[in-house]
Write a protein that binds this ligand. Structure first.
Ligand SMILES: Cc1cc2nc3c(=O)[nH]c(=O)nc-3n(C[C@H](O)[C@H](O)[C@H](O)COP(=O)(O)OP(=O)(O)OC[C@H]3O[C@@H](n4cnc5c(N)ncnc54)[C@H](O)[C@@H]3O)c2cc1C
Length: 390
């Protein structure tokens, strides 16, 4: 055993002991469904004392954002130590204490493009779950062609005056702040007139209108800006160069979404899940398909690991996130199709013995749209990963 292996094993023991002493028993059920998620924010209501205690303890260690620098509320862990924390949490079924767009998207963008003051101002509240962010990218005329955003920010001294509309803004009605792409130069080529701007949702002139889905839920909103005054100090990066920030953020968003390929079953092999269903998985065709899906899931998981390793050694996942997102989300759809096939007509019952399987299956359809559609991912892969002629 090398010295570094020794150090890692020591860390593993420390983590195991700390988790044993600090993870409340109620938070060890491995739950990852909608009811178990803590999004945080100024108006967040915890469902139990244990949920709050768990978040507070993990945040105090910096382990809600284990790899962020300590001075910005993180744990300062490198990849090897982060992996150990993840493995030990998983071993006792510990819930993820906090999930948020701040952690997945804004944080990485601020770490790469924000000033030191911005990092100090925005990152620790994200890490503690005190401020909830939403993403103001898409507009009625700008989805796949995101650089066509028209929401405008006109200069007015040390402020901008923002006018326009965003759409599909997930949880905008529950968020405290929004990171938005706004147009600050209407004469420049479209990619060069965009600015990445942070806006408090309580600023006068910001309103949201939830979009009601056929399921009765409203997970996203239209977001309107009417003469909203925003300090210029809230620009991340440089005015008119927000496209660079936006693209960087998207690589993290896509990497996060790609994890859905393994994540939605709590990492349990599909064959095991299917076998637990009534009568076991006896159909030979379904058995073969399930195994094929498992092999592909392992390949995606290993590829994701390889890219994360490369990212730490300075390479960055970059455009490969398009590949991971495409593979992970298409795989997730395939897994759910298989589970529906195995469940037969019973699986279609909304509240039947298969619980939320039908709604989970329908939700997977959105995986390959959010964060950029599969068609757009294929286009990025062909041009930027494979270097094929356009
Ligand atoms: C669950 C969910 C949550 C979301 N949350 C957010 C959020 O929080 N914030 C936010 O800003 N946005 C959010 N979105 C919006 C999402 O980013 C857009 O839906 C997505 O980028 C596609 O844009 P669009 O809907 O305008 O479709 P369009 O761009 O109009 O595309 C329509 C169809 O045309 C195809 N297409 C378009 N251009 C091309 C091309 N060049 N080549 C090949 N095919 C093409 C697409 O693949 C698609 O099939 C969310 C979407 C979903 C489903």
């Amino acid at each position: 055993m090398s010295m570094s292996d020794d150090a890692l094993e020591t860390f593993r023991t420390e983590v195991r002991t700390w988790l044993e002493e600090n993870c409340p028993p109620e938070m060890r059920d491995g739950a990852s469904g909608e009811d178990a998620i803590v999004w945080g924010g100024r108006n967040w209501k915890f469902t139990s004392d244990a949920q709050k205690l768990w978040l507070d303890r993990m945040a105090a260690k910096g382990w809600t954002v284990p790899t962020w620098p300590v001075e910005y509320g993180g744990g300062g862990l490198d990849r090897a130590h982060h992996k150990i924390l993840f493995e030990e949490m998983r071993a006792i079924g510990a819930r993820v204490p906090l999930q948020s767009f701040g952690i997945w998207m804004l944080g990485p963008a601020l770490l790469a493009f924000g000033s030191h003051e911005q990092k100090l101002q925005y990152l620790p509240p994200i890490a503690r779950g005190e401020v909830r962010w939403c993403q103001g990218y898409s507009e009625p005329g700008a989805g796949s062609d995101l650089a066509s955003v028209q929401t405008k920010a006109d200069s007015d001294g040390d402020h901008y005056i923002v006018n326009g509309q965003k759409i599909w803004t997930s949880y905008a009605d529950k968020a405290d702040c929004i990171f938005a792409l706004v147009r600050t130069d209407r004469d420049a080529p479209k990619h060069l007139g965009i600015t990445f701007l942070l806006i408090d949702m309580e600023t006068p002139g910001v309103t949201t209108k939830p979009i009601r889905l056929i399921s009765g839920k409203s997970p996203f909103c239209e977001t309107f800006f009417d003469d909203v005054h925003v300090p210029k100090a809230n620009v991340v990066g440089t005015e008119n160069r927000g496209w660079d920030v936006a693209k960087h953020l998207l690589t993290h968003e896509r990497e996060m979404i790609s994890g859905g390929g393994q994540g939605l079953l709590g990492g349990r092999p599909l064959g095991v899940v299917l076998n637990e269903q009534e009568g076991g998985l006896t159909d030979p065709v379904l058995r073969a398909e399930a195994m094929g899906c498992e092999v592909d899931a392992l390949a995606v998981a290993l590829t994701l690991e390889r890219y994360k390793d490369q990212a730490e050694s300075g390479g960055g996942v970059g455009d490969a996130s398009a590949m991971l997102k495409y593979a992970g989300t298409e795989l997730n759809k395939r897994r759910h199709e298989l589970m529906m096939s195995a469940g037969g007509s019973d699986a279609l019952e909304w509240d039947g013995k298969y619980g939320g399987l039908a709604s989970d299956w329908l939700r997977t359809k959105a995986n390959s749209i959010e964060g950029g559609t599969s068609e757009v991912m294929l286009s990025i892969i062909s041009r930027r990963v494979l270097g094929l002629p356009t």
